[in-house]
Design a protein around this ligand. Structure first.
Ligand code: BES
Ligand code: MN
Ligand code: ZN
Length: 496
């Protein structure tokens, strides 16, 4: 879809469809007021008659209104005027886009710039609007035959803003498009099944991305390289798989080389059967999503390169499968990580931390300013925070605070769990430096405790995205989270 921003009068707008907003409790948005005046109160009477209540994303299409140049006017509900939040804002745009798509409109102009969300300026509003529209149009049907998509897909969306905000809105629009492109790449990679999206496939996608952007250089470490580096923990997981593991590194240079990078590390487990500690059959297909952390890193690198943010970012994705096999890890096996610390593998299904710990040691060489890892690490995280919120833990409170703030700003929210010393003893092992599991309680915290033993030399935060990276059920699919949070964090950093 193509986007534009412009500044014009709603009644003079001719082409396509025009979208105007109404709030709950009979309040009209700016453009709706003008249309109401031009039509002798038609909008007000629709509201009074209860044809539309104004709930976020509710719509009705109106045709051939007198005094309005545009043939079609779409009314969209915008919720309570003073209480619109990031989620409500997205619903407004996705509601409008879905109705437009069904109605066969190919281009539309949205008069919704008077919506306000606390803390958002014109740049952020436009960026969020574009990302919401793109998300609403996202489909994953590349593996279905004979799917044609919408009858007449929308080709162009114009966002109307006031004259003074044109420049900021233009920036926001470009950022929003880049973020949306990053998110849809993340979602595509995640939705692809394990037989297609293997570690090798992820590596090829990263390489292709690197070829598109001069600012991005991609390097892939093979198992032989990892062996030389002593990555015994990562390699112990891939030993049970016929697909060779890959360690994908993507270096983005947006400013002077001397500026220390943000390093993102994403779990890229392309299928997690549990290994010898095999998972139950129910919903095991969803373990193709165990590479969502890695897909997030790749999506973010794409968006960062497209925007050209003036910062340095390194993305690292350790990628493997976790399958049962004659050569797979067995409960009780002891492996040696790149850091030299030994690990007793008491449960082969706690494999994410095994591939991450070596990647986290590896990234020391980038002299990171901060390291953030993203992983669908524990089922316990879903029990604790549900599908709404991702967990964040780490060793540097200002970093955690900034991530939580970026989540608030975008509606892609995270919540901190404690990482106190007293949890560490749950990882005690009789035979090695640590066990890879910490017992029944506080599973998300003990997983982070494990990673904390590999991240002592830099500022670090870990996000457990097991609950937020995809949705189950009839609408099963990847969400693209937490690309918005991370992009906001990086944009905030770049503007400092
Ligand atoms: N990939 C899973 C975590 C997961 C489970 C994410 C369900 C989303 C939904 C991870 O590798 C895993 O299996 N974790 C185990 C850890 C346990 C053995 C300590 C878990 O959460 O059960
Ligand atoms: Mn597992
Ligand atoms: Zn896993």
């Amino acid at each position: 879809m193509e986007y534009r921003v412009k500044s014009g009068h709603p009644l003079k707008q001719r082409s396509g469809s025009m979208v105007i907003g109404v709030y709950e409790s009979l309040k009209l948005g700016q453009a709706a007021k003008l249309v109401d005046q031009a039509t002798d109160g038609q909008i007000t009477s629709l509201l009074k008659n209860g044809d539309i209540e104004g709930k976020p994303g509710q719509t009705i299409m109106l045709y051939n209104l007198p005094g309005v140049a545009c043939d079609r006017v779409l009314l969209v509900g915008c919720g309570k005027e003073k209480k619109l939040d990031a989620a409500g804002f997205s619903k407004v745009f996705s509601g409008a886009i879905k109705t437009l798509e069904e109605g066969g409109t190919t281009n539309a102009i949205l008069y919704l710039s008077d919506l306000t969300v606390k803390g958002w300026n014109a740049r952020q509003k436009t960026s969020q609007a574009v990302a919401a529209c793109e998300s609403a149009c996202y489909r994953f049907d590349q593996l279905k035959s004979g799917v044609t998509g919408p009858r007449r897909p929308i080709k162009r969306i114009t966002l109307n803003v006031d004259n003074a905000s044109l420049a900021a809105a233009e920036t926001g629009m470009l950022q929003g498009q880049a973020i949306a492109n990053g998110m849809s790449m993340t979602r595509d990679l995640a939705n692809l099944p394990g037989n297609i999206c293997t570690p090798g496939y992820l590596a090829r996608q990263a390489r292709t991305l690197g070829r598109k952007h001069a600012s991005l250089s991609v390097k892939i470490l093979e198992e032989s390289d990892m062996k030389k580096l002593g990555m015994g923990a990562l390699l112990s997981v891939s030993r049970g798989s016929r697909q060779p593991a890959k360690l994908i590194t993507m270096e983005y240079r947006g400013t002077k080389k001397s500026v220390q990078p943000v390093v993102l590390v994403g779990k890229g487990l392309t299928f997690d059967a549990g290994g010898i500690s095999l998972k139950p059959a129910e919903a095991m297909d969803e373990m193709k999503y165990d590479m969502c952390g890695g897909a997030t890193v790749i999506g973010v690198m794409r968006a960062v390169a497209e925007i050209g943010l003036p910062i340095n970012v390194v993305g690292v994705v350790p990628s493997s499968e976790n399958l049962p096999d004659g050569d797979a890890n067995k409960p009780g096996d002891i492996v040696t990580s790149m850091s030299g610390q030994t690990i007793e593998v008491l449960n082969t299904d706690a494999e994410g931390r095994l591939i991450l710990c070596d990647a986290l040691t590896y990234v020391e060489r980038y002299k990171p300013d901060v390291v953030i890892d993203l992983a669908t690490l524990t089922g316990a995280c879903i029990v604790a925070l549900g599908h709404q919120t991702q967990a964040v833990l780490g060793n540097h409170d200002p970093l955690i605070h900034n991530l939580i703030k970026a989540g608030e700003q975008t509606g892609d929210r995270a919540w901190q769990l404690p990482l106190w010393e007293e949890y560490q003893q749950q990882l005690d092992s009789n035979f090695a430096d640590m066990a890879n599991i910490g017992g029944r309680t506080a599973g998300t915290i003990t997983a982070a405790c494990f990673l904390a033993r590999y991240t002592e030399d830099y500022k670090w935060a870990h996000m457990d995205i097991a609950g937020t990276a995809w949705v189950s059920g009839k609408q099963k699919g990847a969400t693209g989270r937490p690309v918005p949070l991370l992009m906001q964090y990086l944009i905030n950093r770049a503007s400092k």
